[in-house]
Design a protein around this ligand. Structure first.
Ligand code: ADP
Ligand code: ZN
Ligand code: MG
Length: 491
């Protein structure tokens, strides 16, 4: 933060993401969230003596995928270690992790700031580890342990201290969340703890390159708390520096109720994990074929896709950002436009408005996820084609969207059945307009005499005669032509 008083913050993040593998890191237990406590457990994840772990290959492929997506070096050999500490939700007394030889190192991702400028943030390492169980303290007198989460695979992503403001830290997390959800290796759900962040921060005089003493804020569970906690710490550090003091190297917790950090432990109390290589697991050895298989299956990444949406569909950055915020929404949009008859930027924009507007609202009202919509992209394209052709009005399109969502009937069928199609027959409308003008001679004279606002009255008469089904643009055009002609004769 370029504090007005000449200080600058230095921030590095450690992010844990929970992987979406079906089974745990080193055993066959299910990873499903929300099952009855302690039902997804076995001798391996409960740490029974003699039980042997086996590394989940899907987990390793996911680590490779994230490493490739963040420009890391993927190591052909990495090593599992035991990280020892005591906690009631850690039955083995150690966590299997990686330490000196992680699977991925030395990457970069480009974050994008609000003004559109990009900034590279270096990734120091990505390593694999297993999660601990959960202690439930919410019963006043006792603590209950749920070991369903024990052994669920995590990736830890550690950045270099390249971030300078809470906003940059926020931008990094938003991007990382997008990347992991695009890769479909993590659901990105912070409330359920699928993505957790520890933030490290120090403050130094602006322009200085030295590294000052940092504090670490543990277990931040929302992007907003990350920003707030960092803002608070930066201010606290700067105040201390201003008074000629310096902060202590500490691990802190963020108190989101009181909006302040509270010390958890000082440097002296920092645990000695007694890391040593896991004797029950061989090193992870990757051949090029494995890495290349993962590379070939990588999806287009969020920023690249956003830029392609701008270039291919002529959308604004704002629209493209919204559409690509979540991969399923971007997929739905692309499937919709693929079904359109015409391929013009204005139609892509119409599709964008409908997908992000009425369609999204319809899903929300019906509590349906975009991955399981009551209306297919092809059906939406059919509806939009009729709107674009002028067969139906915008208002009718909205009604048909609801009906198609409720009944599963195709939009064209709904229109055909109800005779709801807009009148776009020029000959018919021309005859109708002639008779409207004939029946309203006094108004026509007023119009020719300069009372231009009578025009709306004629449009209204035509709409009334057709029960609102006449295509308004067409009515306007024909009416304008006919009245202009009369005007010429009149002059
Ligand atoms: P530790 O030895 O305390 O675990 P590391 O060097 O392993 O510290 O770094 C942990 C995280 O803290 C990394 O994300 C790193 O970028 C960040 N970090 C390291 N030093 C600083 C500092 N002086 N100020 C801010 N962040 C830092
Ligand atoms: Zn198990
Ligand atoms: Mg460290």
């Amino acid at each position: 933060m370029n504090d007005s008083n000449g200080y600058e913050a230095v921030i590095g993040l450690e992010v844990h993401i929970q992987l979406t593998t079906r089974t745990k890191a080193f055993c066959g237990c299910s990873t499903r969230f929300g099952d009855a406590p302690n039902t997804n457990t076995c001798p391996v994840c409960l740490g029974y003596p003699g039980a042997l772990p086996v590394a989940n290959r899907e987990m390793i492929s996911m680590a490779i995928a994230l490493g490739l997506a963040t420009g890391c070096t993927i190591h052909h050999r990495s090593v599992f270690v035991r990280k020892h500490y005591f906690y009631p939700d850690l039955p083995k007394g150690y966590q299997i992790s990686q330490y000196e030889d992680p699977i991925c190192t030395d990457g970069t991702v480009d974050i994008e700031l609000d003004d559109g400028t990009r900034k590279p943030v270096r990734i120091r390492r990505i390593h694999i580890e297993e999660d601990a169980g959960k202690s439930l303290h919410d019963i006043a007198t006792e603590t209950l342990i749920d070991l369903n989460r024990c052994g669920v695979p995590l990736l830890e992503i550690v950045t270099e201290p390249d971030l300078r403001t809470p906003a940059e830290a926020h931008a990094f997390l938003v991007l990382l969340r997008k990347i992991v959800t695009y890769l479909e290796i993590c659901d990105g759900n912070m409330e359920e703890g699928s993505l957790r962040c520890d933030a490290n921060v120090s403050v130094r005089p602006a322009g200085s390159r030295e590294m000052r003493t940092k504090t670490e804020i543990k277990n931040l569970n929302s992007f907003r708390n990350v920003e707030r906690a960092l803002g608070y710490e930066i201010h606290r550090h700067a105040e201390l520096l201003r008074q000629g003091e310096s902060p202590e190297s500490e691990t802190l917790l963020w108190d989101a109720v009181r909006n302040l950090t509270v010390p958890l432990r000082g440097k002296e109390e920092s645990p000695d994990y007694r890391y040593f290589p896991e004797p029950d697991l061989p090193p992870v050895v990757l051949d090029d074929a494995w890495i290349e298989r993962v590379r070939a299956a990588l999806p287009e990444l969020p920023l690249a896709r956003r830029d392609r949406f701008i270039a291919n569909y002529g959308l604004s950055r704002y629209d493209a950002d919204i559409l690509t915020a979540e991969k399923p929404l971007a997929d739905f949009f692309e499937h919709t436009v693929a079904g359109l008859k015409r391929r013009l930027p204005e139609d892509f924009k119409t599709a964008c408005n409908w997908v992000t507007g009425d369609f999204t609202r319809m899903l929300r009202e019906r509590k349906r996820p975009i991955t399981d919509p009551p209306l297919s992209p092809a059906a939406l394209a059919e509806l939009l084609d009729m709107l674009i052709e002028g067969t139906i009005s915008g208002k009718m399109a909205k009604q048909i969207l609801e009906e198609a969502a409720d009944t599963g009937v195709h939009p064209r069928e709904i229109v055909g059945r109800s005779g709801a199609a807009q009148l776009t027959d020029e000959g018919f409308l021309s005859t109708l307009i002639d008779s409207v003008l004939r029946e309203n001679e006094p108004s026509v004279r007023k119009y020719l005499g300069g009372r231009e606002n009578v025009f709306g009255f004629f449009v209204g008469q035509v709409m009334k005669a057709t029960q609102g089904r006449a295509n308004p643009e067409l009515v306007n055009r024909i009416l304008r032509e006919k009245l202009d002609e009369r005007k010429k004769c009149h002059e």
